[in-house]
Design a protein around this ligand. Structure first.
Ligand code: SAH
Length: 195
């Protein structure tokens, strides 16, 4: 078993998107933030059977594997999948599902996700949250702090309760054309939501 600090270091060494796509909002969760969220989830015994929806290069799900959980990675972009596969070398207890999350229907305990923020594609984050609510008892949703109203409303609509909330300052690397500053920081929240 690893420590939180070691987990952050391991996650920081993973390969990033080779050619991130703006339309899919491919941003990697910062390794320190991922380690903190996963550590909290681990302490709450949530990391048994986990799905990482919109897994990207696998930072969240691989953290779960490091903490000895089982993970299903769901991702529709083949370029992301090929980086994910490289990052997964040497790991076991996982499955990769190369599909749109809408086509994934397995029941699991926990969904951990940092889905598209819905900036480029406004309906995207709603679809992710509804899918998580459909398949999991517990959902960890990482999104912009401005998503608060949306998350509270959608949770209420589905009779779910927000049990925990954490806030972070997330560095976004300048990986895309439309980014101007080298490292831009945005405030993100992580909501833990249950039935
Ligand atoms: N979870 C990763 C990646 C976040 S970026 C991390 O935290 O680092 C969001 C990811 O969702 C991208 O890799 C994108 O390709 C994927 N994605 C977007 N829409 C999707 C959909 N409908 N089905 C499956 N994956 C999707």
């Amino acid at each position: 078993m690893t420590t939180k600090k070691q987990l952050a270091i391991t996650l920081s060494k993973l390969k990033d998107f080779s050619n991130p796509k703006a339309t899919l909002e491919q941003y990697t969760t910062d390794s320190n933030i991922a380690a903190d969220i996963l550590w909290n989830a681990h302490m709450l015994n949530d990391l048994t059977k986990v799905a990482d929806l919109g897994a990207g290069t696998g930072v969240l799900g691989i953290g779960v594997l490091e903490l000895e959980g089982k993970v299903i990675f769901v991702e529709k972009d083949e370029d992301a999948i090929s980086v994910l596969k490289e990052n997964l070398e040497g790991y076991s207890n996982y499955e990769i599902v190369e599909k749109d999350i809408g086509l994934f229907n397995k029941k699991i305990n926990t969904v951990i996700m940092n889905p598209p923020f819905g900036v480029q594609n406004r309906k995207a984050d709603k679809r992710f949250v509804e899918k998580a609510f459909e398949i999991a008892k517990t959902t960890y949703y990482i999104g912009k702090v401005e998503s608060k109203t949306f998350i509270e409303a959608i949770s209420k609509d589905h009779n779910k309760k927000i049990t925990h909330y954490w806030e972070y300052e997330m560095p976004l690397k300048k990986t895309m054309q439309h980014h101007t500053k080298k490292v831009k920081k945005i405030m993100v929240g992580c909501w833990r939501i249950q039935c």
